[in-house]
Design a protein around this ligand. Structure first.
Ligand SMILES: Nc1ncnc2c1ncn2[C@@H]1O[C@H](COP(=O)(O)OP(=O)(O)O)[C@@H](O)[C@H]1O
Ligand SMILES: [Mg+2]
Length: 306
């Protein structure tokens, strides 16, 4: 798989505060990489380093397999970004704003403006001044601007921040579209797990500057599996019976007396009957779901909002 971004022990220190601490991020072609962390975790700082806006204190960055340095800045021509909130000239129209950026980026021809506006669904508003744009429209215009030079890699810092559920959905659909139809690789940050979860093919969790874990798609899916939870007096006897009589093998015993069964989710009645017939007391039987949220909270030690 082609590597789009790799960071090696990426570190940023302000005075004695390590804001980003030895982060090793790997993003492959086609990924929608969800960069998840609370406010202040270090997401924006990491993205600013990736985009060459600030210098790392330590460590290095590879974009498209090439180490980023003063001499290799042309690699940024392949990247589009919105870091922090996208600012526009309020008294200029969408087209005028994009045209300023187009000239700055040295993109020939004005076709890209129309195209980008169509992509983000703002073509009908092209001649409106951006001061009349809603927050969601501004975010989309920000993405249009990031797309002008036809980048292969898009870096979006909390593009859904402050949006209502409808606006969030629009951004999500837009990003999925860019990923699927245009094969753009995406790095998107958020402090809201559910947003990332619905979109990402890989999630990197950052906490207090440390990249705690990168979770791939397969693992992500597993972390959200439904299961039947049993509370029993004798878990050994219970799982013996489940295997023996019902052929159930996909289960775990997370703690004594608790069994989580990940298969035959419609078979609760059967399970109950077999266990009772074999003298296992079933104190509780319920359908539940592993959540990435529990896992996330477990990872960062429960100190959300500290
Ligand atoms: N220029 C700076 N000087 C000092 N501290 C900074 C600077 N920029 C960011 N920080 C600190 O770094 C931490 C991480 O900030 P940031 O990367 O913006 O987090 P996030 O984007 O995850 O909310 C915060 O504690 C912030 O106060
Ligand atoms: Mg931020």
């Amino acid at each position: 798989m082609e590597c789009i971004l790799k960071t090696y022990n990426l570190t940023k220190q302000y005075k004695d505060h390590r804001v980003v601490d030895n982060a090793n991020i790997t993003i492959e072609k086609g990924d929608i990489y969800g960069f998840l962390g609370e406010n202040g975790a270090g997401k924006t700082t990491t993205m600013r380093m990736i985009m060459g806006l600030i210098k790392p204190t330590d460590g290095s960055i590879e974009l498209f397999g090439e180490k980023v340095s003063e001499d290799t800045k042309q690699v940024f021509a392949r990247v589009g970004s919105i870091i922090e909130f996208p600012g526009f000239y309020e008294n200029l129209t969408a087209v005028e704003n994009l045209d300023i950026h187009r000239k700055l980026m040295g993109v020939p021809g004005k076709n890209c403006i129309e195209e980008s506006l169509k992509t983000v669904g703002l073509f009908d508003y092209r001649n409106r001044k951006t001061k009349d744009f809603s927050l969601g429209m501004k975010q989309r215009l920000g993405i249009a601007r990031a797309l002008l030079h036809n980048p292969e890699f898009l870096v979006l810092d909390e593009p859904t921040n402050g949006l209502d559920p409808m606006g969030i959905k629009e951004i999500r659909e837009l990003i999925l579209d860019l990923s699927q139809k245009r094969q753009i690789t995406v790095l998107i940050s958020s402090h809201i797990l559910s947003e990332i979860q619905q979109l990402a093919t890989k999630v990197g969790i950052i906490h207090k500057g440390k990249l705690l874990e990168e979770i791939d798609y397969q693992t992500l899916k597993k972390k959200n599996r439904h299961y039947i939870q049993l509370k029993v007096n004798n878990d050994r006897e219970a799982v013996f019976m489940l295997e023996e009589k019902l052929n159930i093998t996909d289960y775990i015993i997370p703690e004594p007396g608790i069994i989580k069964i990940y298969e035959k989710l419609t078979g609760t009645l059967n399970i109950n009957r077999i266990l009772i017939q074999n003298n296992v007391d079933v104190k509780e039987i319920s359908l539940a779901r592993d959540s990435l949220e529990d896992y996330f909270i477990g990872l960062i030690g429960g100190d959300i909002n500290e």
